[in-house]
Design a protein around this ligand. Sequence first.
Ligand code: NDP
Ligand code: 8X3
Length: 258
Amino acid sequence: MSRLDNKTILITGASSGIGKSTAYEFAKVAKVKLVLGARRLPAVEEIAKDLTSNYGVSVLPIKLDVSDLESIPKIIENLPKEFADIDVLVNNAGLAVGVDKVRDLKVDDAVRMMTTNVLGLMAMTRAILPLYYKKGKGDIVNVGSVAGRESYPGGSVYCSTKSAVAQFTSALRKETIDTGVRVMEVDPGQVETEFSMVRYSGDHEKAGNVYKGYEPLIPEDIAEIIVFTVSRRPNVVIADTLVFPNQQAGAYHLYKQP
Ligand code: NDP
Ligand code: 8X3
């Protein structure tokens, strides 16, 4: 018996990395229903099939592009009845595009990061909140980053997006005081996922260099923390969690002993 049994959990960006691992972690520990969203529908369909056959959970894979802001309310409103009563929203979808310094920034890249990481997360949250207020409960976990707490050169826009996530999360937590809604944030340090491949547009060498010479986190590390965070008693809010691999102690750089 788990506190999460019979909960319906919607995860954005569930086709890969942290989102995918979080889906598996929920399925392993409880009899949940999962709504898995990503732009790559075949990937979430494949994960859904595997989760159902290995863990017996009900999974609804959906095509979801969080940067298509107008589509979001319709997607939430039109969820099939079995999956409509969302209890947990994991706002995980996100990306970095490039490492351009501000002088060389491409407007399209900046718009893509801001729209996906910030406006998409806000739109998902806005779409789910009426249901949560009506029920007098519901969880939101926003995936931020150490990059939202400390900037680094070449990360001006990405770091700004994650700072925005942190401020949005904090304001929402204050707004939902006394509503039964819990608003939480998990801020990973470096995790080996498709993140760097996306950031470097599929350049294996550059992506591999990010994790050279030290051991990054694996997505399961963050998945376990997300699942732990939402499986506390209703009166417990693990507001913010910063998670590093053992050789990281700040944004981006490794601080090695001399
Ligand atoms: P991945 O690239 O492995 O996964 C990103 C996920 O986001 C994919 O499932 C992708 O699916 C989805 N996604 C991207 N854009 C959209 C969109 N417009 N609409 C819906 N889904 C989208 O990276 P991670 O697992 O590492 O990233 C997950 C989150 O963790 C991000 O918010 C990232 O910023 C954050 N993070 C990552 C860290 C790391 O070191 N890896 C550290 C700190 C935070 P699809 O392409 O199918 O749409
Ligand atoms: C992703 C981690 O440090 O590469 O949020 O920006 S970092």
